[in-house]
Write a protein that binds this ligand. Structure first.
Ligand SMILES: [Zn+2]
Length: 412
């Protein structure tokens, strides 16, 4: 079930209790201990496995011959430390797994211990230095203090007000998932829950961009951004005054569909890039994918800004998935109707609803009941004309809607 490197596991401890026995293993690769590599198995009194924890690493494919010697490791480990006393390099090299997005990279490291004194307080820094590049990968003081914690850095919790479905459903505050922020000239990203610890002490200036790991939003070629000052500790950041609901909703929807793709195609990386997401494109009642970007027309002609209609964003993003997914399979989608159907499928599997793009009309919040056979029924007459010529004949609704009324606030 799991590709465990069984031949590299070695028992490090056995802890019997009245009800359970805990067996701990460490990982040793070609004689080198793997830092953080460990396995725990919990057994009941009959010796049956009832729980386990795995932090073992299969296929560690690194050279075991270091390119640099002790001197480089000492220089790197000592950088930035003062009042240095003793420095000890462990003769035992180790392997350090470093998690990456969708994987792990392994480093051959030297462990260096640097003893210092700071303001009369002793410190013993355990340093993990890359034995090939000399880069300091990790450093921790092994002397524990009961003094107040030092500066922990400016933390960000980002959110914005978006229409999670369409403008007929009240907007809600949602996390700014995977958003880019530049602090001290270096780009960092909020995590999928909208959180980031910058690791930099506040107060410090930060520039936020509506441009994250999976979507780069533009209106007229410009990406919304704003500058603010982060304080030390938690900072609640809203993008609402630096952008508008069309831009923010489109950004949100792309993050939702990207997460959805990852869930269903976990090994597919073809959409792992920041897709240009154009909002308020001149024109009305349409949206399109052009092979390099997804595009949403501005409000008008009885239609909402389609950037604010979740399923339209999912559908256009679905075209991009079709493009990249079948491209990776060395094929393409020459059948336009099937391409449309597959794009719809990506939207339906999020909403679990066969009606596509309810609320895309300015006047018709939901599809009238009784006809569930025609998907897209709620879409105004001209919708999808370019996108879905096969379905055009079924797109007739009455009335001449307008978007200027009521609680729908779309102004910037
Ligand atoms: Zn389409």
């Amino acid at each position: 079930m799991y590709p465990l490197p069984m031949d590299q596991l070695s028992v490090s401890a056995v802890y019997p209790t009245q009800k359970h026995t805990y067996v701990h293993f460490i990982q040793v690769h070609n004689g080198l201990p793997v830092l953080t590599g460990r396995v725990m198995v919990k057994l009941d009194l009959q010796g049956r496995v009832i729980a386990f924890g795995l932090d073992a690493y299969a296929s560690i494919g690194i050279s075991l011959n270091p390119a640099q010697g002790d001197a480089a490791a000492i220089a790197s480990a000592s950088a930035g430390l003062t009042n240095i006393g003793s420095v000890v390099v462990s003769p035992q090299l180790r392997v350090l797994p470093v998690p990456l997005y969708r994987g792990v990279e392994h480093h051959l490291v030297r462990v260096v211990e640097v003893a210092t004194t700071e303001n009369g307080t002793p410190a013993r820094w355990e340093c993990w230095v890359d034995a090939n590049t000399g880069q300091l990968l990790y450093r921790q003081n092994r002397v524990m203090h009961h003094a107040p914690p030092a500066s922990a850095g400016a933390e960000i919790t980002g959110s914005s007000t978006v229409f999670t479905q369409n403008p007929f459903i009240p907007a809600t505050l949602e996390p700014l998932a995977n958003l880019r922020v530049v602090v001290n000239g270096v780009a960092q990203y909020l995590d999928p829950s909208g959180y980031l610890n910058t690791g930099l002490g506040g107060p410090i200036s930060a520039t936020f961009f509506l441009d994250g790991r999976w979507s780069r939003v533009e209106t007229n070629g410009s990406t919304p951004s704003f500058v603010t000052t982060l304080q030390e500790g938690p900072n609640a950041i809203s993008f609402d005054s630096g952008s508008n609901t069309r831009e923010l909703s489109a950004y949100h929807h792309v993050n939702v569909i990207h997460e959805h793709v990852n869930t269903w195609l976990p090994t597919f990386v073809g959409m792992d890039f920041s897709l240009l997401t154009n909002v308020d494109v001149a024109g009305t009642c349409n949206a399109f994918y052009d092979g390099g970007s997804i595009n949403f027309y501005e409000e008008g002609g009885g239609c909402q800004s389609y950037a604010q209609v979740a399923e339209v964003v999912y559908h256009e993003y679905g075209h991009a998935i079709n493009d990249k997914f079948y491209g990776i399979l060395s094929s393409d989608f020459t059948n336009g109707a099937m391409n449309e159907g597959y794009a719809d499928l990506w939207a339906f599997t999020i909403t679990q609803d066969p009606i596509l793009a309810d609320g895309s009309s300015c006047s018709t919040p939901t599809t009238t009941s009784g006809d569930m056979t025609r998907i897209r029924k709620s879409i105004p007459p001209t919708s999808w004309a370019r996108c879905m010529p096969m379905a055009r004949s079924s797109q007739v609704l009455g009335g001449t809607p307008t978007c200027s009324s009521g609680a729908i606030s779309t102004s910037r």
